[in-house]
Write a protein that binds this ligand. Structure first.
Ligand code: GDP
Ligand code: MG
Length: 742
């Protein structure tokens, strides 16, 4: 994971030059540098996790500390100039181990060294303050405090070094002990300089330990810790070096040996507080401050600023703050790759929604699952090094945020799948039905619906499974599948009703053509008393005009009965419910009645009716009972024949004026025949139905419904017919007198 404080590419070379000899972490004004992050990036330590080490050096001014570090670690810390005796600049300096020789291979990776430079703490109050602050800072960050002193200083209880150590102990108590948080141990590594060899190192060590015990005894300890020993908190190690200027070669040899001790290792369980084996490795796990490398700069800055502003330094809080900061930062970095995959998908969906369409994202589940799992994996590998509680919370938050977004995408996908599934289903059914009706075959509507429904459902499920996001509990499509099935059912019902309506229309059309033919014939018979216009059918009894409406009713109900049968048979293949069939039949009967009424109106329209009356009259007047045309002679009873024929025809007018059955002289049982309105009729079912008098709760009565000719029309028709008949009579009379046959 890359980290905070990137060095912009263009500045890399410049930064390289600036960073060659390390950096000043805290300057002489006590200001923390912004270069720590970039420096760790430059030195490629950022990705190291916990695989780095921090060592700080302490000791009186001009005891050769910087010289020692430069020799041990190949650094280039400022060293006091021999001739000028000029002080190096105050501050805290940081550099990475630069050793690359043979011996350096035994050293641990990524050793960082901090050189603390200040004036002697005893001289001025201000500097004592800096000494204390830098001690705090070093303790909060470093695994090893390297204490540098002359051999001659050993045993001097009141020397400058001892004051410094007292400070270190007090600060340690302040930092780690009083809060009773997990107390990291630190290693105090004493390097005794200008060792003459007259007093062996072991003796010097003992003297030092005694002095340390005395110092420890002298500081005031928090309640409950009065009896604690210094060894409870610190381990000690010792080394001695010969005079650099007097024994330069020996000095170099010893320094080289010393360098190899900066390697990782474990403590012999028998040792208590003392690493007295001179070859014992010094970098033990218990000293590590467990600040991930990519968080070090933020942590160190936070710690220093607390120290600098004289606030109580609470390291656990600092670590939590660091964890929070870094987890957010890491999450943001991890989200870049995730967004590169997810944002285009989100955009595509949003665009589709905006334009009122739906879009299916191909291979969604795979893309999303991969993006999600690598996001979480990367976050975990980088962030889990930080404070566990904070990390877990941030991981949950990240998951919640990410899953919130992914769920929207997933839901959008299922929505689109559902929409396109429904459209596809409707299209497929309509297409198959259209093909079926085109070929004229009796297609099985219910079966078509069933097959297409199954196909749509399996396609939906396949898509949903393909879109599932691995590792989530919410990518379960059962509820969406239920909704999808409901939508399909709704569409099936709609399609079936449409199909029923089409069927009804077809059957209605059939009824109309049948009525046209049969009822037309029936009305034509009115033109003749013997069932034909002129030519009588031998052997058949002429139909009685009085039965006209009975025959119409019978023909009508027969036709409708046949139509009903067709309708019911066909509807059965739709899987139509009995309710739907019932409603369909009810509508059919009503429409059939309206069709009959229309046909009747057509037959009794002005011209038609006048013509039929005329034909009827002529049939009675101009033909004899045998159907032979009459040739009037002057002796014939023209007047009598005329009056008979005219009166007979006139009887048709009241007969035709009302639809009624001969036996009862009452209208046909239309209301009973149509039947009560089925309870399941919808508003749409009734929308296109004309009201029928005497059947609906309309104002009109059944009598009105059955009225074919109004009183006024009857009078009008009668009047006209009489005129026509009179004309024919006059002509006949004239013909008889003139001997002109007609
Ligand atoms: P610092 O102030 O502790 O960092 O000390 P420096 O490294 O700046 O060195 C201070 C002076 O001590 C310089 O003039 C060095 O040449 C000198 N010096 C360095 N190493 C040794 C040593 O091992 N013995 C003695 N006597 N002088 C040393
Ligand atoms: Mg120095």
């Amino acid at each position: 994971m890359r980290s905070n404080g990137h060095v912009p590419n263009g500045k890399q070379a410049a930064a390289g030059a600036a960073f060659k000899n390390g950096i000043q972490v805290v300057n002489s004004d006590g200001v923390f540098s912004d270069d720590v992050g970039p420096y760790l990036t430059y030195e490629k330590i950022n990705p190291a996790g916990f695989n780095y080490h921090l060592i700080s050096v302490f000791g009186s001014q001009s005891t050769g500390k910087s010289t020692l570090l430069n020799n041990l670690f190949g650094t280039n810390f400022g060293v006091m100039n021999e001739e000028e005796r000029r002080q190096t600049t105050k501050g805290i300096w940081l550099a990475k181990n630069k050793r690359e020789d043979e011996a350096s291979h035994q050293m641990a990776d990524n050793i960082l060294v901090m050189d603390v430079e200040g004036t002697d703490g005893q001289e001025r109050g201000e500097d004592q303050d800096f000494e204390r602050k830098s001690a705090l800072f070093a303790l909060a960050t470093s695994e090893i405090l390297l204490v540098n002193m002359w051999e001659t200083q050993v045993g001097l209880y009141n020397g400058a070094n001892m004051g410094l150590l007292k400070t270190v102990f007090e600060v340690n108590l302040q930092l780690f002990v009083k809060d009773n948080h997990s107390i990291p141990r630190s290693l105090l590594f004493f390097v005794i300089r200008d060792h003459t060899g007259r007093t062996p190192l072991t003796n010097l060590s003992k003297t030092l330990v005694n002095t340390l015990d005395r110092i420890w005894a002298s500081i005031s300890k928090p309640a409950g810790l009065e009896e604690s020993k210094i060894q409870d908190y610190f381990d000690f190690a010792f080394a001695a070096l010969p005079h650099k200027l007097l024994q330069p070669e020996k000095f170099d040899d010893e320094v080289a040996k010393l360098g190899t001790r900066f390697r990782e290792g474990y403590k012999d369980p028998k040792t208590v507080g003392l690493l007295d084996e001179t070859s014992q490795p010094l970098l033990l796990p218990e000293y590590h401050r467990r600040i991930p490398a990519d968080g070090f700069s933020v942590y160190a800055k936070g710690v220093w600023e607390q120290i600098q502003s004289n606030k109580d330094l609470d390291l656990p809080t600092q670590q939590e703050l660091l964890a929070q900061f870094r987890c957010v930062e890491i999450a943001r970095e991890c989200l870049i790759a995730f967004d590169a995959v997810i944002v285009p998908l989100e955009t595509k969906q949003a665009d589709a929604v905006r334009s009122g369409q739906s879009t299916l994202l191909p291979a969604l589940g795979l893309a999303v699952s991969t993006a999600r799992s690598s996001l979480l994996r990367e976050f975990e590998s980088a962030a889990s090094r930080y404070h566990k509680g904070v990390f877990k919370k941030q991981l949950e938050e990240l998951e919640t945020t990410v899953d919130g977004r992914l769920k929207l995408v997933y839901d959008g996908q299922l929505n689109a799948a559902s929409k396109s599934g429904v459209t596809g289903f409707v299209d497929a059914v309509s297409e198959t039905v259209r093909a079926g009706s085109k070929s004229g075959s009796q297609y099985d509507f219910a079966k078509i619906v069933d097959v297409e429904k199954k196909r749509a459902i399996s396609k939906f499920e396949e898509l949903a499974n393909e879109s599932a996001v691995e590792g989530t509990s919410w990518s379960d499509h059962s509820s969406q599948l239920d909704l999808f099935k409901k939508d399909l059912d709704k569409e099936s019902k709609r399609l079936r009703q449409e199909e029923m309506r089409l069927l009804a229309t077809r059957v209605e059309r059939w009824i109309k053509s049948k009525l046209d033919e049969s009822i037309g014939l029936e009305f034509n018979k009115l033109g003749s008393r013997r069932g034909g216009s002129g030519a009588p059918e031998t052997g058949s009894k002429p139909p009685s005009e009085a039965d006209h409406w009975d025959r119409v009713w019978t023909i009508f109900t027969d036709i409708v009965a046949q139509a009903e049968k067709r309708f019911v048979d066909r509807a059965a293949s739709f899987d139509a419910s009995s309710d739907e069939v019932e409603v369909g039949l009810w509508r059919l009967r009503r429409k059939a009645w309206i069709a009959l009424k229309t046909k009747t109106a057509e037959e009794t329209a002005e011209g038609n009716l006048a013509m039929k009356l005329r034909e009827n009259f002529e049939d009675g007047f101009r033909y004899d009972d045998e159907g032979v045309p009459r040739i009037w002679r002057p002796s014939d009873d023209i007047d009598g024949a005329f009056a008979r024929a005219r009166d007979n025809t006139l009887k048709l007018i009241p007969l035709l004026s009302r639809f009624r059955l001969a036996a009862t002289s009452a209208p046909p049982p239309l209301d009973a025949w149509i039947g009560a309105r089925p309870a399941t009729t919808s508003r749409a079912d009734e929308e296109d139905l004309a009201p029928i008098g005497g059947v609906d709760d309309a104002e009109e009565s059944l009598t009105e419904e059955m009225t074919v000719l109004s009183e006024a029309r009857q009078a009008d028709i009668t009047h006209r017919f009489r005129k026509t008949a009179d004309g024919i009579y006059v002509e006949a009379k004239r013909g008889a007198l003139g001997g002109v046959t007609q």
